[in-house]
Write a protein that binds this ligand. Structure first.
Ligand code: UGA
Length: 440
C-alpha cells in the first residue's frame, strides 16, 4: 500500500521504517529539513536498537523516502499523524503540531484512487481530539481512525512490528467504520497474522486507552517507590517485596523496579496532560491521585540525594560525584525529564563537582556549553578520583562494571545505586559503602 507518515520524530521515523519493512511504500514527511536529510541518508537522529538496520534496508529497497514536501502525500491510501504533543505551560498537551499537520495535509487529501483513504492518528492526544478533527478530515472524503501507539524507547522496532495489541478508534457511522477497519487490517495484515489482538472501539476510548495505560504504568512505579520509602524507614527490602507481591499474577512483576523514578518524553508529560484534560471535563478530582504519583516521582530523587549526603558525612560540598547515566533509561539517548540529570543538578546546587557520563547521551550533552556539570566520555574518566558514584541509568556497561576495577580509580569508595541494579555484596566486598533505594 502507499502510505505517508506525518512527523518523523521518534514515533514517526520508527513507524515509517517499520511499515516499509512490512512491504509498503512509505513517504515520511517532516518540516525539519535537517531531520529529513539525515533520515534520507540512513542516519538515525536518535539512538534506538535495530532502527538503523530497518531504516537503511528500506531506503535501499526504494520503499522508504523522506521529504519536507506535503504535496507528495496526495494519492496515498493511509496517512499517519505521528507528530509530538509536548507539555504546554499549563500542563495540558500542546496540540500545535497536530493542527499544523492537519492543515498542511488537507489540500492533498481526497486523491486516493486505490479505495477508502484513511487518516490514522497515532499521537497521544487529549480525549475528544479525534471527534473534533473528524468533520475536517471527512470534508475531504477521507476517514479518520485513532490508532494509538504503545512503543517503548529501546524496544521501538520490536514493539511496532510485534505489539501486544492493536487499537482502532473508529468513526461512529457504521459503514465508514467498516471501510476504515478493512483498510487498516490490510495494512497491518502481517502483524495481525501473528495473532495479535485487534480491538475495535470508539474515538474517546481509543484515546483514553493510550493515556490511561501510561498513567497506570506511572502509578505502578510510584507505588513501588512509595514502598521503598517505607522499607527504608522500617528496615525492609523493596526488591524482595516487589518479587513477592509480583508473584500474585493480578499484580505482576513488571514495572515494579524501585529507584530514582520515571522520566522520558511520555510518562511525566502524559500524567500531567491527563489531569489537565480531566479538569476541563469537570472531573479533575477523579485524577487527583496522579498529582501524588508525580510528587512521589520527584521525591524519590531527593531520597537518593539524602543517601548520598549522609554517605559523605552530611555535606556534598566540594565532593567529586560521578553520575552514571543521563538517558532516562538504558538503550536510549533521550534526556527529556532525565532522573539522572535532575540529580546531577541538585548535587551541583549542594556544592558538589559533578561529572556525568552516558554511553549514548554523553555526546548530546557535550554539545551544551552551559552545563553546570562536566561530561565524561566514558566510565573510566567519570570514575577517576570520584568521592561518590551515583548509578542513575542501568546501562549494562554500568551494571557489569567490576567493583574491584572501580575501586582502583575512585578517591572514595561510596556508591548510591539509584536503580537497585548492582550486586551489593560484590561492591561491599570491594570496599565500597553501598546504598540503594528501599534496601538495607
Ligand atoms: C512509555 C510506555 O512504557 C510505552 O508503553 C508508551 O508507548 C510510551 O511511553 C509512549 O507514550 O510513547 P517509554 O517512555 O519509552 O515508554 O519508557 P518506559 O519504558 O515506560 O520507562 C519510563 C521510565 O520509567 C524510565 O525512566 C524507567 O527507568 C522508569 N521505570 C520503569 C522505573 O523506574 N521502574 C520500572 O519498574 C520501570
Amino acid at each position: 500500500m502507499n502510505i505517508t507518515v506525518i512527523g518523523c520524530g521518534y514515533l514517526g521515523a520508527v513507524h515509517a521504517s517499520a511499515m516499509a519493512e512490512l512491504g509498503h511504500r512509505v513517504v515520511g514527511v517532516d518540516v525539519d529539513p535537517d531531520k529529513v536529510a539525515a533520515l534520507s541518508e540512513g542516519r538515525p537522529p536518535f539512538h534506538e536498537p535495530g532502527f538503523t538496520e530497518i531504516l537503511q534496508r528500506n531506503i535501499g529497497s526504494g520503499r522508504l523516502t523522506f521529504t519536507t514536501d506535503f504535496a507528495t502525500i496526495g494519492g496515498a491510501q493511509v496517512h499517519f499523524i505521528t507528530v509530538g504533543t509536548p507539555q504546554g505551560p499549563s500542563g495540558a498537551a500542546d496540540l500545535t503540531y497536530v493542527h499544523a499537520a492537519i492543515e498542511a495535509m488537507l489540500p492533498h487529501l481526497g486523491r486516493c484512487t486505490d479505495g477508502a483513504e484513511v487518516v490514522a492518528g497515532k499521537s497521544t492526544v487529549p480525549v475528544g481530539t479525534a471527534a473534533r478533527l473528524e468533520p475536517v478530515i471527512a470534508s475531504t472524503g477521507a476517514l479518520l481512525v485513532w490508532n494509538p501507539e504503545f512503543l517503548r524507547e529501546g524496544f521501538a522496532v520490536e514493539d511496532t512490528l510485534h505489539p501486544d495489541r492493536m487499537v482502532y478508534g473508529l468513526p461512529g457511522e457504521p459503514d465508514g467504520a467498516e471501510r476504515a477497519r478493512a483498510v487498516l487490517d490490510e495494512l497491518y495484515a502481517p502483524i495481525l497474522a501473528e495473532g495479535i489482538p485487534r480491538l475495535l472501539m470508539d474515538y474517546p476510548t481509543a484515546e483514553l486507552v493510550k493515556i490511561s495505560a501510561n498513567a497506570f504504568l506511572a502509578t505502578k512505579i510510584s507505588f513501588i517507590n512509595a514502598m521503598a520509602s517505607i522499607c527504608d524507614a522500617a528496615g525492609g527490602d523493596v526488591t524482595s517485596l516487589a518479587r513477592a507481591i509480583g508473584m500474585d499474577t493480578r499484580i505482576g512483576h513488571r514495572f515494579l523496579r524501585a529507584g530514582i523514578g520515571f522520566g522520558g518524553g511520555c510518562l511525566p508529560k502524559d500524567i500531567r496532560a491527563f489531569q489537565a484534560r480531566a479538569e476541563e471535563l469537570g472531573v479533575g478530582e477523579a485524577l487527583e491521585f496522579l498529582a501524588e504519583v508525580d510528587q512521589i516521582n520527584e521525591e524519590t530523587r531527593h531520597h537518593a540525594l539524602v543517601k548520598a549526603r549522609s554517605m559523605l558525612g552530611g555535606s556534598l560540598n566540594r565532593a567529586r560525584v560521578a553520575v552514571l547515566g543521563a538517558a532516562f533509561k538504558p538503550d536510549s539517548d533521550d534526556i527529556r525529564c532525565s532522573p539522572g540529570l535532575a540529580i546531577a543538578s541538585e548535587l551541583v546546587d549542594e556544592g558538589a563537582q559533578v561529572v556525568v557520563t552516558d554511553p549514548a547521551a554523553a555526546p548530546i550533552l557535550a554539545r551544551d556549553v552551559d552545563l553546570p556539570y562536566d561530561v565524561a566520555d566514558d566510565l573510566e574518566d567519570a570514575l577517576t578520583a570520584a568521592d561518590l558514584i551515583v548509578l542513575a541509568t542501568e546501562w549494562t556497561q554500568y551494571t557489569h562494571c567490576d567493583p574491584v576495577w572501580a575501586a582502583t580509580l575512585v578517591n572514595g569508595r561510596n556508591i548510591v545505586d539509584g536503580r537497585n541494579a548492582l550486586n551489593p555484596k560484590a561492591w561491599r566486598e570491594a570496599g565500597f559503602t553501598y546504598a540503594a533505594i528501599g534496601r538495607q
